[in-house]
Design a binder for this molecule. Structure first.
Ligand SMILES: Nc1ncnc2c1ncn2[C@@H]1O[C@H](COP(=O)(O)OP(=O)(O)O)[C@@H](O)[C@H]1O
Ligand SMILES: O=C(OP(=O)(O)O)[C@H](O)COP(=O)(O)O
Length: 398
């Protein structure tokens, strides 16, 4: 992909225009408290740029995975609106869940409620995409963390809006990841964990091709373990077992040799280190065991380039945070060039206070892995189509 194949926000005259910006505010919120604000902070310059240019600024994002068509308080963007009110305290700022009643003036800011409350969002529904497009003169796609999703607010809208352009954060992420991956120093290792198995599993193969070693944790590792063992109630995806078998034989994949298991998914659960063949039906793997941690940190120490997405255990429960903490610390202490990204990975980085020891932190997790694999993403494709249409309309040679 070429950056110049997309329109950039800073090429356009935003003055008095209705500018709708899709950002990624998908941050962890517990009891109305934002646990990690890095993704919000990363979007602020884009919003400021639009306000400074005297646009009528509308911002939209998803938060979590609510059931569409239903308001659910725990997925509301209201805590983020409260947070933004403090930052934009000199700007008139509003919050709305009504797509039919939008009225703002130049220099004002409107935050829309979670787009995933809207029926059709996930399925990239045409009428919802048209509805979003009708709200603006210019659509700015700046949600790098969601740019791999072909949904109404990340893709469909661009098919109907007059102008769709890339925001500064999206451009900056693409540029930085492209530079880093051009000629990585070897050995290069990738660490992939977390719970979003269906998004990430398909990407392991290309990551394995690119890297000298791939370390797996979380639900990804469990899917590899399920090839040979009964892993009880552990999180895994049976539909990826065949793919796991193939990849395991073809590439250098480091699978845990022991794990911390518990009997219930709770902070109160006991944590016992077990070998994979010792796991009972009523147990679930929630972290790496000590021998696995030792092996994996040895590999990390020798690496010259490290890519990391996804916690290797349920780091939110102290007894199951050991593996993630040890690997994260080892990455932080390494002299290798390290790239880490993902919503929860950023929370881990904040939790262990290692943000200054990671060479590059991406706001995307699944998006960053998919970009590495394909060198493009659904939203980038949408922006390229949109620029071609724009150039045709303006009689420019494309
Ligand atoms: N063994 C496991 N079982 C269940 N959940 C896990 C396990 N290991 C990690 N997780 C969970 O994975 C989540 C993060 O996954 P994911 O969203 O894929 O990461 P990221 O946002 O960094 O891309 C965390 O909330 C963590 O508790
Ligand atoms: O947090 C996100 O992805 P990530 O967990 O891979 O970093 C993005 O906001 C995408 O969210 P989604 O995976 O629910 O589409």
């Amino acid at each position: 992909m070429k950056i110049k194949n997309m329109l950039h926000m800073n090429e356009l005259n935003l003055k008095n225009k209705k500018v709708l910006i899709r950002v990624d505010f998908n941050v962890p919120i517990v009891n109305n408290k934002i646990m990690s604000d890095m993704r919000i902070q990363a979007s602020i310059p884009t919003i400021q740029l639009a306000l400074k240019n005297h646009a009528k600024v509308i911002v939209m994002s998803h938060l979590g995975r609510p059931k569409e068509g239903k308001y659910q308080k725990q997925f509301s963007l209201l805590p983020i609106f409260q947070y933004l009110k403090k930052i934009f305290n000199k700007t008139k700022i509003y919050f709305s869940n009504n797509l039919n009643k939008i009225q703002i003036n130049s220099g004002e800011l409107l935050i829309l409620e979670n787009v995933r409350f809207n029926i059709g969002e996930k399925n990239n529904d045409i009428s919802l995409s048209q509805k979003y497009a009708s709200l603006c003169d210019i659509f700015v796609m700046d949600a790098f963390g969601s740019a791999h999703r072909k949904e109404s607010s990340t893709f469909g809208i661009g098919m109907f809006t007059k102008i769709a352009c890339a925001g500064p954060l999206l451009i900056s992420e693409i540029k930085k990841l492209s530079i880093v991956l051009k000629n990585p120093e070897r050995p290069m290792i990738s660490i992939v964990g977390g719970s979003k198995i269906s998004t990430k599993f398909k990407l392991i193969q290309s990551l394995a091709k690119l890297s000298d070693t791939v370390i797996v944790g979380g639900g990804i590792a469990n899917t590899f373990l399920a090839i040979d063992y009964n892993i009880g109630k552990s999180l895994y995806e049976p539909k990826f077992i065949d793919m796991a078998k193939k990849i395991k034989h073809q590439y250098n994949i480091i699978i845990p040799i022991d794990s911390r298991v518990g009997t219930n998914f709770s902070t109160k659960s006991s944590a016992i280190v077990k070998k994979p063949f010792e796991i009972h039906n009523n147990e679930e793997i929630m972290d790496l065991g000590d021998k696995s941690i030792e092996n994996m940190t040895k590999i990390i120490k020798k690496a010259k380039t490290i890519l990391w997405n996804g916690p290797v255990g349920v780091f939110e429960f102290p007894k199951f945070s050991i593996g993630t903490k040890k690997l994260a610390t080892s990455i932080a202490n390494s002299k290798a060039f390290s790239i880490a990204g993902g919503g929860e990975t950023i929370s881990v980085i904040n939790m262990f206070n290692i943000q200054n020891k990671i060479s590059y932190i991406s706001t995307g997790g699944g998006a960053f892995l998919e970009f590495i694999e394909k060198n493009t993403l659904s939203s980038i494709h949408m922006l390229e189509i949109s620029k071609k249409k724009y150039n045709l309309k303006n009689n420019k040679i494309i």
